[in-house]
Ligand binder design. Structure first.
Ligand code: UDX
Ligand code: UDX
Length: 458
């Protein structure tokens, strides 16, 4: 059966995989191919055990894989056979040279652009899905257009706003889809082709179009604003602990102001994930590049508060447990950067586990999805660390539990049973404020929530 359109995505990661599965699912007359240079990842996408955990993803992939969704390592063939190419390769923070620790490392992106140029025999629409610094499209256009092979390339920006753990819901029912293009005749034509793909399932009024630079910048700014809310409430959690205010009560009161809104006001051990820190640092770098040092300092402070909050959590544990953690066994409930994902990129749990080991504590890690990644994240540490799938087994014999990820599972455990299996006095540090603090205190735990007075038996 001939397909209406042939779509390629380069990069089968957390973004490329679910996004393409959704397009294939919603557009049965489009053929969608996802390629990646990593053969293991592609093999996993073609197997019963997908390379990423995301609620609802298995069902969608199973429904369309082999029909109009295909996973392959053949990048060359993919480029030749498809006219619409999404690029969602990773754009990590640079670790070397100019802008190290701040700017985005665009080497994979540029390499991909050059591959497209090398293999393309017909005109292509190239769509930036990865988060990129503003004006990347210009660099891509320069690579693609000024080489004299006569093939037309139109570069669009279509940033991804899905959040891990709710990716399928976000893709099915997005707040908005943003498509940026050049405002030339060919740019507007390419823009319309992409609008038509999304219009298969997204109401037209939620598909925003803009110039390409606004689109690129909007992604960075959305992530910066979301992260800023978390740093704001986390900063206030420190003040609450000094004043006997309760950060949840404050967040509720503040969030009921319709101008502020209730979301993203949960105090935590800090934000993690592959995007927030990277994108803010990228924004900071851009501001500095344009001489806007005060603006850069403003956004940089969002990252600084995030680091402060993680160190503060460590400080609370240390002080509460009589200023020494050496030889104490601490159980980490959760290692993923948030619930409902196995992803641990930039998870505050990595920092806390390492700091605990520096203090010579024994660390026991439990998590329903992230133990495999946790092992990789900590494989260079010489400290005493164990990985235990069952939370009861993990907590047994420990001096303290620190809740680091807000998995629903941890709300429902039998804390009496856990308390009785632990060393006494038993401590509970709730870095996500998800437990019944008074209930746990009544069982005998010394409870340290975030941004609220502790409940201690001594
Ligand atoms: C996300 C976002 O897309 C991006 O904006 C952000 O910069 C990084 O995080 P994500 O899907 O989470 O990307 O990244 P990842 O899971 O690392 O997937 C990227 C994939 O691209 C990997 O599977 C990698 O093997 C592949 N890749 C990388 C290529 O196929 N070719 C390359 O040249 C480089
Ligand atoms: C984020 C953006 O939400 C998404 O739009 C973008 O495409 C990619 O980056 P993601 O990183 O997957 O998504 O998850 P998100 O739900 O935003 O959470 C990020 C971090 O903030 C997590 O560590 C989470 O636990 C933390 N968080 C979130 C809080 O600490 N408090 C909150 O109130 C909300």
């Amino acid at each position: 059966m001939p397909y209406n359109r042939n779509i390629l995505c380069i990069g089968a990661g957390y973004v490329g995989g679910p996004t393409m599965a959704m397009i294939a699912h919603q557009c049965p007359d489009y053929r969608v191919t996802v390629v990646d240079i990593n053969p293991e990842r592609i093999a996993a996408w073609n197997s019963d055990e997908l390379p990423i955990y995301e609620p609802g993803l298995d069902e969608i992939v199973r429904a369309v894989r082999g029909k109009n969704l295909f996973f392959s390592t053949d990048v060359e063939q993919g480029i030749r056979e498809n006219d619409i190419i999404f690029v969602s390769v990773n754009t990590p923070t640079k670790t070397f040279g100019v802008g190290a620790g701040m700017a985005a490392d665009l080497q994979y992106w540029e390499k991909t652009a050059r591959q497209i140029l090398q293999y393309a025999q017909t005109p292509k629409i190239v769509i930036e899905k990865s988060t990129l610094p503003v004006k990347t499209a210009q660099a891509m256009e320069s690579i693609l257009r000024h080489t004299g092979n006569g093939i037309w390339f139109e570069v669009l920006s279509n940033p991804e706003f899905l959040a891990e753990g709710s990716a399928i819901r976000d893709l099915t029912n997005p707040d908005r889809v943003l498509i940026g293009s050049r405002e030339t005749k060919s740019g507007l034509l390419a823009r319309q082709i992409l609008v038509d793909i999304y219009a298969s399932w997204v109401p037209r009024e939620r598909i925003l179009t803009s110039n390409i630079w606004s689109s690129e910048l909007s992604k960075l700014v959305s992530n910066a604003f979301l992260a800023q809310r978390i740093s704001s409430i986390n900063a206030i959690s420190a003040l609450c602990e000094k004043t006997e205010a309760d950060v949840e009560e404050v967040a509720r009161a503040v969030g009921m102001d319709s101008r502020i809104g209730p979301k993203f006001l949960n105090a935590s051990i800090g934000f993690g994930g592959s995007c927030f820190k990277k994108d803010i640092l990228n924004l900071v770098y851009l501001c500095r590049h344009y001489g806007l040092d005060d603006v850069a300092a403003y956004w940089e402070s969002v990252v600084r508060i995030n680091e402060y909050q993680q160190e503060r959590f460590m400080g609370t544990m240390l002080t509460a447990m009589f200023n020494t953690l050496a030889g104490k066994r601490i159980c980490l409930f959760g290692f993923a950067f948030k619930a409902n994902t196995g992803d641990t990129r930039e998870s505050p749990a990595i920092f806390i586990a390492r700091r605990l080991m520096e203090e010579k504590a024994e660390v026991v890690i439990t998590d329903p999805q992230a133990l495999k990644n946790a092992r990789v994240d900590l494989n260079d540490t010489a400290g005493n660390v164990r990985y235990v799938a069952d939370p009861y087994e993990a907590a047994a014999g420990c001096h303290a539990i620190a809740v680091l990820t807000e998995w629903d599972l941890y709300r429902k455990l039998d804390y009496r049973r856990i308390y009785e299996s632990m060393e006494q006095p038993a401590f509970l540090f709730d870095g996500r404020n998800i437990l019944d603090h008074q209930g746990c205190f009544d069982l005998g735990f010394n409870v340290f929530p975030l941004g609220k007075p502790p409940l201690k038996h001594f």
